[in-house]
Design a protein around this ligand. Structure first.
Ligand SMILES: [Zn+2]
Length: 245
């Protein structure tokens, strides 16, 4: 299994200024190819790395916020070869499709299937299985994911009891938006991230989806500090970085 970071920016200011790219992640597992959270500019990041999007099996959206779904429409068109090939699947929460939808109506018939994500449910794409977490604490319907025991993906959420256990895997990718915890913002801060890593004890934790305060504090330095403090390898993702899982 190979994971490539098509972007490491999270939240509005980082995305608006493109201080880092915001294309989400690309997962390759044997012959299976999945685009995770294709945010604004994802199409550019995939093209830059010469990924043939007509071979994509699925697009997975953790939640409808723009930094996670901005390029979902163009990615659906790319996956379906402009809508001419009825293929591929789109997985997203219901609210990405209903009120103020982020998936345009005209292209909903292009993929083979559009699946509404449910909490604590397993899905299989071309032999690759992933499982949703219970619903996160966020401003819209949001899920985290596990790909078996290999990969846990902690997407946007306020910290809650059980979050570490629910995403526990050998490698864990954690959205690190805030330096300081802020009650009014339902996002993980650095202390929350440290707590999750300490509780779940992955072989490797990768920080990504950096908000502005985290970016200014240099994520790679924060990761090095955490590695020392926790005795667990913590890395900061970089745009274009690939990891073999
Ligand atoms: Zn969000």
């Amino acid at each position: 299994m190979k994971l490539t970071f098509m972007g490491t920016a999270g939240a509005r200011f980082m995305v608006a200024k493109q201080l880092a790219a915001s294309g989400g992640m690309y997962l390759e597992d044997g012959a299976t190819r999945i685009s995770l959270d294709p945010g604004p500019g994802a199409i550019v990041q995939y093209a830059k790395r010469k990924v043939d999007l007509t071979k994509l099996d699925a697009i997975v959206i953790s939640h409808r916020h723009l930094d996670h779904s901005g390029d979902v429409n163009v990615m659906v068109e790319a996956m379906t070869d402009g809508g001419f090939k009825h293929r591929g699947r789109l997985y997203c929460p219901s609210d990405a499709l209903d009120e103020d939808p982020v998936v345009l109506n005209y292209l909903r018939r292009f993929p083979e299937e559009i699946i509404r994500l449910e909490p604590d449910t397993s899905y299989s794409v071309n032999g690759t299985t992933f499982t949703t977490s219970p619903q996160h604490i966020h401003q819209s319907e949001t899920y985290g994911f596990r790909f078996g025991d290999r990969l846990g993906w902690v997407t946007d959420s306020k910290y809650y009891d059980g979050i570490a256990e629910q995403h526990k895997a050998e490698v864990m990718v954690i959205h690190t938006v805030l330096m300081q915890c802020r009650d009014e913002l339902p996002h993980l801060c650095l202390d929350d991230v440290a707590r999750i890593i300490r509780d779940a004890k992955p072989r490797l934790a990768i920080l990504t989806h950096f908000g502005m305060t985290v970016w200014r504090a240099h994520p790679w330095e924060l990761a090095a500090d955490l590695t020392q403090k926790l005795g667990i390898e913590v890395k900061a993702a970089r745009d274009g970085m690939s990891v073999e899982l």
